[in-house]
Design a protein around this ligand. Sequence first.
Ligand code: TGC
Ligand code: FAD
Length: 392
Amino acid sequence: MPQDRFQGHDYFLMDELLTEEHRLVRDSVREWVKRDVSPIIEEYAQKAEFPKQIIKGLAGIGAFGPYIPAEYGGGGMDQISYGLIMQEIERGDSGVRSTASVQSSLVMYPIYSYGSEEQRRKYLPKLATGEMMGCFGLTEPNHGSNPSGMLTTIRDAGDHVVLNGSKMWISNAPFAQIAVVWAKDEEGSIRGLVVERGMEGFSTPETHNKWSLRASATGELVFDNVKVPKSNIFPNVKGLKGPLGCLNSARYGIAWGAIGAAMDCYDTALRYSQERIQFGKPIGAFQLQQKKLAEMITEITKAQLLTWRLGVLKNENRATPAQISMAKRNNVNMAIQIAREARQMLGGMGITGEYPIMRHMMNLESVITYEGTHDIHLLITGMDVTGFNAFN
Ligand code: TGC
Ligand code: FAD
């Protein structure tokens, strides 16, 4: 990929709504992405490999547990800083943001929110430094959008439980040392537990041949009579609200992240339109290309305002799950539309790895599917505004 010349886009002077700390966090992550992600990410995406060497750097910029209190190794930051970190990382690549959001919101968050003090002290500091990586197992081969039907079970066996079943499409699974797993107990209640690599009967086969999120490792979690100590079960949550609570935090981060991917596509297309000459003029001088760019910056600006407001509500503990759904759905859809338009603006060059757009476009096909599909989030909004549940 040519040198990363990205410049932020702030049409409505949104920076004035950020604190000095927010801007500092955002700018330092942006610099790190330019230095350590952009130069290598295309090569890793092409070979479908997660660049493990960036784990230390991700920990260094505070991407693992930004809002987890400092006494457990987290960054102790607010929700807007967390969002800005996700935005800047996804500006580089959605797969790298996936690794960070799984670690923060789907592994550290449940351990912090639902775990015992012993569990917090055992896992959180190592997860914050990246010495330990985690993954999150909710989806199963036959239960994706409706996780309440899950078939993975735990059976009481004295001082431990016996875990059986399987999970599919799990980000970070191939290399994670621990998995936060959701399974039903004998009463049919969903419980969360920490499963450690090395436990007998636990394996994590890698999923190959993805056209999307190629720089992120995806795999299965297979449990064949795995004995898990009872001390690994989260004591403070029961039911589907446990995993869904984690998703609120991850979906919030994705809403910010999608803005990053969209800004990168817009920035690339804008620069290309100013430099590429056809019919004796820069293509940006043609009205059809201007329409595309004008609509892109309009949609990015609307998403920035929505998401900043959501961050304020989240800081005040007032953001509802339905508001988070609306932002995730809107922003990922906005980003995927922009990626498709921007790719066309680059003509043939748009399909090459010389530019980041095609990679973003393909990545966003996963982002619009995971953490609740586009349609599932629409139904959540529909239920919230009408009071009618269209799921059952
Ligand atoms: P429902 O009966 O509505 O609710 C069951 C219980 O959960 C509570 N609840 C929530 N709690 C917290 N946050 C939320 N967002 C919540 N939504 C619901 C609810 O109040 C109830 O509590 P209680 O106390 O009454 O028991 O559940 P349902 O079975 O009808 O399902 C609702 C539905 C469809 C919205 C939900 O299942 C859903 O969101 N499905 C989508 C599944 C999904 O998003 N999976 C994501 C897997 S993880 C992933 O994709 C990671 S990708 C990572 C990466 O690489 O970045
Ligand atoms: P399905 O639920 O089978 O849906 C198929 C289609 O039917 C979709 O279009 C959906 O919108 C539609 N549909 C379903 N129900 C309804 C309905 N009631 N009304 C209307 N339409 C409906 N999961 C994890 O647990 N952990 C992870 O780390 C993780 N990482 C992932 C990484 C990648 C790259 C991908 C692709 C997925 C990942 N997932 C992960 C799984 C992801 O959350 C699921 O793919 C997603 O929730 C959708 O489930 P599904 O694929 O089984 O699709």
